[in-house]
Write a protein that binds this ligand. Structure first.
Ligand code: AHR
Length: 494
């Protein structure tokens, strides 16, 4: 099959905010304990953080990590995780029916984030708690005053503020599974009042209000409108969450979920602008897609597992090759919507629905989705171009027109390169791709990285990394051959 991409230097979507390559670590399963933190492991640093995990995370060059939840945050008392570890309480975590030892809290996590070279996106508890505890937390984290919580941080050994710049006002408050779930009215009010006190303590921060936890929530749309009616003047971003799956084992439909994500983003941006118009505001609310991934095999596990374990094996989704293709497509959807999506978090990072897995007391390894995420983060920087794609398409059973060629084109002015990410969604045919780049004199294809497997269900395991990128030989300039069901990154230099 033939396909063509035409892009021009002057026809741009927007500059990519690197925070779209963020991730997420929740106190859930083995994400923290036996994930990033395992003091008894043979390869740990002086703080008990796993060095092998840190090394893999550094390969991903992650700009920001959301913490400490997720559903967990809606029952969390942040004070349980600071100061002398021997005095910290062990508590029931009602979100995941587990036991939280509190060995890791913000004291440790900010140190881990520094070592991982990433910023923190901090979530506050608007479930069991409210503005008071949130303002104490931000004083503890960010204040240099000589006041109780800032002094408590100093007593705990941290003279300098942590300087956390991005804050989430709760998590998925629209969902009845959430501890102390709220109506849109109730949430809109408490989010507004919490936003006010947080920004009074530190005016330099940015705030994310909770949007819907899934586009199929019955309250989707009305939730956003009501929440924004209350919070519009006080927050900077509205969140979106979405997880996709392939229970029906229909790969073409599954790969077309990237279109669904695109629709969700555009519809939510339209709602933000509707409220902007209603309020006659000059301010634009942008989007934070702060939970996205593939997750269906291990959903609702906590309901059937043995309750009240410490660091149980929970939500340890084993990703296959088709999952890597969709994750690649979803990253392109984020890049192609970079005019509105300024933050996004692959949920999650270690062990829990994650690109990185660990064995307790054993090695760490990469799942199939690690690579499209890594290449997007390393090479998807600069300005997304508004490319025109000509490709045959198919119709998914839920009505999306899905071109076989799914792509994004990014111009990196500093590196004098144009990077094309492309997935061939055909299960049977290779694509012969022509690429025309206007305004890039003498552009030549320098690198073609491919992720391919004959077996769409192939997975990586602890001792066999079957799915890993290959460097393709560059034969001639054009057309470029993209194998059936493959992910590709093409780097042009000019
Ligand atoms: O990422 C796993 C869970 O998914 C999060 O805790 C919650 O916010 C979402 O429902």
């Amino acid at each position: 099959m033939n396909a063509k991409i035409t892009a021009s230097k002057s026809c741009q979507i927007d500059k990519i905010d690197r925070r779209i390559y963020g991730s997420f670590i929740e106190h859930l399963g083995r994400a923290v304990y036996n994930g990033i933190y395992e003091p008894t492991h043979k390869d740990t640093d002086d703080c008990g953080f796993r060095r092998d995990v840190l090394e893999l995370i550094k390969q991903l060059n992650i700009p920001v990590v959301r913490y400490p939840g997720g559903n967990f945050v809606s029952g969390y008392n942040w004070e349980d995780g600071i100061g002398d570890k021997s005095k910290r309480p062990c508590k029931l975590d009602l979100a995941w029916l587990s036991v939280e030892t509190n060995e890791v809290g913000i004291d440790e996590f900010q140190e881990w984030a520094r070592r991982a070279g990433t910023d923190i996106m901090m979530a506050v508890n608007l479930g069991t708690r409210g503005p008071d505890e949130a303002r104490n937390l931000i004083e503890y984290c960010n204040s240099s005053t000589s006041t109780y919580y800032a002094n408590l941080r100093r007593q705990n050994g941290f003279a300098e503020p942590f300087g956390i710049k991005l804050w989430c006002l709760g998590n998925e408050m629209d969902g009845d599974w959430q501890i102390c779930h709220k109506t849109a009215e109730e949430y809109g009010r408490v989010a507004t009042e919490t936003a006010k006190v947080l920004k009074w303590v530190d005016p330099s921060i940015e705030l994310v209000a909770c949007g819907s936890s899934d586009p199929n929530m019955p309250t989707y749309g009305e939730w956003e409108r009501t929440v924004l009616d209350h919070t519009y003047d006080y927050v900077d971003y509205l969140s979106l969450h979405c997880y996709y799956g392939n229970k029906a084992k229909n790969t073409p439909d599954f790969l077309a979920r990237a279109e669904d994500m695109d629709k969700f983003i555009k519809a939510t941006a339209d709602i933000c602008d509707e409220i902007k118009a209603k309020k006659n505001s000059d301010k634009t609310i942008n989007l934070s897609f702060d939970e996205w991934n593939i997750w269906y095999r291990t959903k609702d596990e906590e309901k059937t597992m043995q309750r009240w374990q410490i660091a149980p094996h929970l939500l340890e989704e084993k990703f296959n090759f088709e999952d890597a293709l969709l994750v690649g497509c979803m990253l392109m959807t984020l890049q192609n919507n970079c005019d509105r999506v300024k933050i996004a978090c692959l949920a999650q990072l270690v062990n829990v629905i994650a690109p990185i897995m660990t064995e307790n007391d054993g090695p760490a390894w990469r799942q199939t989705i690690f690579y499209p995420y890594m290449y997007a983060s390393l090479y998807g920087n600069g300005t997304t171009l508004k490319a025109v794609t000509e490709s045959d398409s198919y119709r998914s059973s839920d009505g999306f027109d899905a071109p076989y060629l799914y792509s994004s084109v990014i111009h990196n002015d500093e590196r004098k390169e144009v990077v094309v990410f492309a997935v061939n969604r055909s299960l049977t045919e290779d694509i012969e791709l022509q690429i025309k780049l206007d305004g890039f004199d003498g552009y030549t294809l320098k690198e073609h990285i491919e992720l391919y497997s004959d077996d769409i269900n192939a997975t990586n395991t602890i001792d066999n990394e079957k799915i890993k990128p290959q460097v393709r030989k560059i034969k001639g300039e054009s057309p470029i051959s993209l194998k059936k069901h493959s992910w590709n990154m093409l780097i042009f230099k000019y």
